[in-house]
Write a protein that binds this ligand. Structure first.
Ligand code: SAM
Length: 330
């Protein structure tokens, strides 16, 4: 793997911490990204503060000013992306203050990113969190005129029409029904929809192609990060990615040794997952306490413990449905 020379690439020599494959910086990512050379990054994966009606502790922007606030970051991101690089942007929705109607800021932003900054929309994803609590209470619980909002939009953007991507790296295990069908074989026929299902359907491809709906709860309550935050009396970041979110896109869109950047790193889930998938990474975060605490993620063997915990997923899902550890709104 060709290691990046960070001093040569112009980043300041004062990271908050360094790991084998990455560096975490405290600062405004708009300034820090300016230090990076053109076309030097393979994937920018991030979740910025959303335009929320009820503000989080780290200051969210108003929906009205969101596009103007974000565009300078977007231009820098496009500049630093390799030609076949990708920009994955996770955004939650919001209601207009005092009204049971939604802001369309994520869609306005998407249009500006394509029309003004020059990105392509490679594909849109929907990030479904079954554990999201019903809100706002007034519309959902009291008047009962809206339902639970449980998805974030995820814009997968690129500089060209053919960003590097390989869905073979993110195949899902076959269902029991599919396994049976593969064993028995499938008789080619036309479906009522008109689709011609050929014998190729019964070919074993080692897993099924995932949809663009990613169902991911947050079950990191037992992670090194959570344990150490608790031990040190630190509030964990309120809007952490579930580990499997960056995992999906890093496997799908990058190769070993590639560089992944998260300009709104928070608790640095992106850097943590990158490290353990063998990708180089940079994390930029403006709040000192968040970036300091994110170092806990890199405890000995913590990733392997978390993967082992996946086996207990069914149990965790039950806990999630009772709303015990929510992946909050950003
Ligand atoms: C939604 S959170 C990201 C959470 C992250 N995905 C995780 O897994 O922990 C957004 C973060 O962006 C940070 N932020 C806001 N403006 C920033 C800026 N200009 N530069 C760097 N970080 C910024 C906030 O402090 C906040 O922690």
């Amino acid at each position: 793997m060709k290691m990046i020379n960070y001093t040569e690439c112009g980043l300041p020599d004062n990271p908050v911490y360094v790991t084998e494959l990455g560096r975490a910086y405290l600062g405004d990512s708009l300034e820090l990204m300016k230090c990076l050379p053109n076309e030097s990054v393979n994937l920018v994966l991030t979740s910025p503060p959303f335009a929320l009606t009820s503000k989080k502790e780290y200051g969210n922007k108003d929906a009205g000013e969101y596009v103007d606030w974000f565009l300078p970051f977007a231009s820098e991101i496009r500049r630093i992306l390799a030609e076949d690089g990708s920009f994955v942007l996770d955004l939650g929705g919001t209601y207009l203050p005092g009204h049971p109607v939604r802001s369309i800021y994520q869609y306005e932003l998407l249009i500006a990113l394509v029309r003004k900054v020059g990105f392509y929309l490679a594909q849109e994803f929907f990030h479904y969190n079954p554990a999201r609590l019903p809100a706002p209470a007034e519309w959902v619980n009291v008047r009962r005129i809206r339902v639970k909002d449980s998805v974030n939009v995820v814009w997968w953007l690129s500089r060209t029409e053919y960003p590097k991507a390989n869905n073979r790296n993110v195949l899902r295990p076959y269902t029991e029904a599919m396994k049976k069908l593969l064993k028995k074989g499938y008789r080619a026929k036309k479906r009522p929809s008109g689709h011609d299902i050929t014998h190729k359907f019964s070919q074993n491809n080692n897993g099924s192609i995932p949809p663009n709906l990613l169902e991911l709860g947050n079950n990191d309550s037992n992670s090194n990060y959570m344990r150490e935050c608790k031990k040190n009396g630190i509030n964990p970041h309120p809007a952490r990615f579930p580990r499997k979110f960056p995992e999906f896109f890093i496997k799908f869109l990058t190769d070993t040794g590639n560089l992944v950047v998260d300009p709104f790193a928070g608790s640095n889930t992106t850097g943590y997952v990158s490290e353990y998938l063998g990708r180089q990474w940079l994390a930029f975060e403006i709040e000192e306490s968040y970036i300091q605490a994110s170092h806990f993620r890199f405890g000995l063997d913590s990733y392997h413990h978390e993967i082992a915990d996946d086996d207990k997923d069914a149990e965790s899902q039950l806990k999630l449905f009772s709303g015990s550890d929510n992946y909050g709104d950003s």
